[in-house]
Design a protein around this ligand. Structure first.
Ligand code: GUN
Length: 282
């Protein structure tokens, strides 16, 4: 595979470990780790994610609780469900699929999840802990990125890492995790000046913009590590945020789309569920 990071193979390997650990947990506690997934409405992409989460749980011996709620669900009903899941001892992790329909207040919903069950790592408590360098539950996509870098022996110490995108889900937590590995971080976004120049100086590039092939291959420094978080549906198929063919010629390591970061994300969700389950039972 040369310089390609095979997210599917790494994900398979990690899931084998999770399966083993879930089995140990079940033996010790007389019940499997449990993950509750809540989906409101009919968004087709979200429905696919939720299905993949259920399949991942089945594969690894994690009990999955699925709540597929009507588009017309009220804020009060959704909060009441979260209260029930918070109180349910068989539920170790709670994930509310985003985006929520526009009549629902996302911040209030995320705030209602018990931080000990916050397997997405989106609760302000989890984010605050990460910011302080004392993480509890860490968002899944950034964890998957660091896992892939570790598996390939990438030493981040003193490296210049450029992260493109400042979302709470990927950009900000990815920056914090790379900083904890002693990389020097630059977070770029839509108002950044001279983006090409910043990318050209980067040892590590994490692209999480959500625009197909926005990062041009010729911007990449020779030998850089390129992590592409993009999942952009185009007329010619699923595309990443990076022009792959051109970037691949320069990068020492690069993730493909599909088959790179994507498969790792749900795997890390399963792992977070196990981590939450163990912490709750200890
Ligand atoms: N929507 C897109 N990515 C995610 C994610 O990682 N978690 C949740 N809950 N919703 C998402």
């Amino acid at each position: 595979m040369g310089n390609i990071i095979d997210g599917k193979a790494l994900s398979r390997k990690k899931r084998e470990e999770i399966t083993q650990q879930a089995e140990d947990f079940s033996r010790r506690h007389g019940r499997p780790p449990g993950l509750a997934v809540v989906l409101v409405g009919q968004d087709p992409a979200s429905a696919i994610y939720v299905r993949n989460k259920r399949a991942g749980c089945e594969q690894c011996g994690i009990r999955s609780f699925e709540y597929l709620l009507n588009e017309s669900t009220t804020q009060k009903e959704l909060l009441a469900l979260i209260d029930r899941l918070n109180a349910d001892n068989d539920v170790d992790g709670i994930l509310v699929q985003l985006p929520l329909p526009s009549h629902l207040e996302e911040k209030e919903v995320l705030l209602r999840i018990d931080p000990s069950k916050d397997v997405d790592g989106f609760h302000p408590y989890s984010m605050g802990r990460l910011l302080m360098g004392e993480p509890t539950l860490v968002p899944c996509t950034p964890r998957g990125i660091v896992y892939m870098l570790d598996e390939h022996g990438v030493d981040l110490k003193g490296k210049d890492a450029v992260i493109i995108g400042r979302s709470n889900i990927v950009g900000k937590p990815a920056a914090l995790l790379l900083m904890m590995r002693h990389a020097t971080i630059t977070i770029c976004h839509s108002r950044t000046r001279n983006l090409a120049g910043k990318i050209a100086a980067a040892d590590v590039v994490v692209a999480a913009i959500g625009r197909a092939e926005f990062v041009r291959g010729e911007w990449i420094k020779d030998g850089a590590v390129v992590i592409d978080v993009g999942m952009n549906r185009t007329e010619t198929g699923l595309k990443g945020d990076v022009q792959f063919d051109e970037a691949k010629k320069r990068a020492s390591l690069i993730t493909p789309v599909p088959g790179g970061v994507g498969p790792m994300t749900i795997t890390m969700l399963l792992d977070n569920t196990l981590i939450a389950a163990r912490a709750r039972m200890s």
